[in-house]
Ligand binder design. Structure first.
Ligand code: HDL
Ligand code: ZN
Length: 413
């Protein structure tokens, strides 16, 4: 039986030693080329930091976006890292990446960091970054209607065992009026109002891309106003095209709900905000489609408790991660504790949402640092209530939380 002190060290050791699966990122396998972002200039111009720049600099967004990538990075570095202490979650993350590579973390410019990254061999760098992050593989976000990415898949981009594809559906489900003509141009007989054979043609499109991409799940981000059932194109596409194809290929559907898109369009990718959603839509989908498996992460703190309750009601619903504005220690702690209290270890605690390769280093370091005491406290309570805790419990639970829950949900192994 482990003492409280031994429990904490055993938890920290298991978290450190277990290679995690990163179940949602915007990273790309090497064969997808330059859409895969890495290196210091990308890290420093991450859209989270762009949003923070405009609070500390007099520069206006339209002037900023005219700058070159290096000029943007130099301005952000000077403003958020030199003139001010980098105490926010996103700025501290860049510091953690530099520190992980023994690079200076308080220099007045990015010269040394640029030289370091310029000298890195990309494939070796990926291996080093995954090792530093303590992850074995990442799940990508792949858009079959992205004009840059789609042709690479159609030309047969070679696979990488550590990068799992996901079929991302935002352009179909959220922006059908802007994209149905793209499907038409590819020979799919669809129309704006889903008349004629539109539904079976969308199913054919999803069928073709599922066979081409071999995704581990399908995914979509959804606005805070998302509703189901609803007399809408999105609801019809979901019920009659997406969910049947997910069943046909035995794929989960990931619903990430609560985005208020471009509340400030001038900030571009940094312009989205958050809204409390009506999760009865998720409840209805889980209830009406018991043969479908769902993954879900929601963006509003106010939705987290009810999402956890829904996971108690529907065994075809798997919660994952502390998404985007939730991925801050103060909120991660609250969400993870209520999930452990209500779900035990039947959820996936975190994903990185990394857009730039090296972000996985700090996003997973933060997860281990935040979750260590929370998990240890859970076992302390169990021991105090009369059940001895042993190392095997901890090993099994950490593996379940950060690997097997996902592997079994998507049929990875
Ligand atoms: O829709 C999503 O997958 C979100 O994660 C967005 O990409 C968001 O911009 C983001 O990067 N969050 O971390
Ligand atoms: Zn994302």
């Amino acid at each position: 039986m482990l003492s409280s002190h031994q429990i904490r060290s055993a938890v920290d050791a298991e978290l450190a030693l277990t290679p995690f699966i990163d179940v949602h990122t915007h990273l790309f396998m090497p064969s997808l080329g330059s859409i895969g972002l890495w290196g210091i200039d990308e890290l420093v111009t991450y859209h989270y930091l762009e949003a923070e720049l405009f609070r500390s600099s007099s520069i206006k967004p339209d002037e900023y976006f005219k700058l070159s990538k290096q000029e943007k990075a130099d301005l952000i570095w000077r403003t958020l890292f030199v003139e001010n202490a980098p105490v926010s979650e996103a700025t501290r993350g860049v510091v953690a990446v530099l520190h992980a590579f023994d690079l200076p973390t308080s220099s007045s410019d990015l010269k040394k960091a640029r030289e370091f990254f310029a000298g890195r061999d990309y494939h070796e760098h990926i291996a080093d970054v995954f090792k530093l992050a303590g992850i074995s593989e990442v799940v990508m976000t792949n858009d079959p209607l992205d004009p840059e990415e789609a042709p690479l898949w159609e030309k047969g981009a070679s696979r990488h065992t550590q990068f799992h594809p996901v079929l991302r559906l935002d352009r179909i489900l959220n922006k059908w009026p802007d994209h149905y003509q793209v499907l038409q141009s590819k020979g799919y007989k669809v129309d704006e109002n889903l008349g004629g054979n539109s539904i079976s043609e969308v199913r054919r499109f999803l069928d073709v891309w599922t066979k081409l991409m071999k995704p581990v799940y399908m995914a979509c981000s959804l606005p805070d106003t998302f509703a189901y059932p609803e007399n809408s194109v999105r609801a019809k596409l979901l019920a009659e095209a997406v969910l049947p194809v997910c069943r046909e290929f035995n794929l989960p559907l990931s619903l990430m709900i609560g985005v208020r898109y471009l509340v400030n369009p001038a900030l571009k990718l940094a312009g989205d905000a958050v809204g409390k959603a009506d999760l009865r839509a998720l409840e209805r989908l889980c209830c009406e489609f018991p043969e479908n498996r769902f993954l879900s992460s929601v963006l509003s703190r106010e939705n987290q408790h009810e999402l956890t309750v829904y996971a108690r009601k529907f065994s075809n619903l798997m919660l994952f991660g502390c998404w985007w504005f939730m991925n801050n220690p103060s909120i991660v702690e609250e969400m993870t504790r209520e999930r452990l209290e209500m779900l035990g270890t039947t959820f996936i605690p975190q994903h990185s949402d990394a857009r730039i390769l090296e972000q996985v280093i700090y996003k997973w370091r933060n997860t281990r640092r935040t979750l260590g005491p929370i998990l240890a406290n859970t076992y302390d309570l169990l021991a105090q209530d009369g059940r001895a805790v042993n190392l095997g419990d901890i090993q099994k639970d950490v593996k379940r939380l950060f690997r097997t829950n996902f592997e079994q949900w998507v049929g990875l192994r």
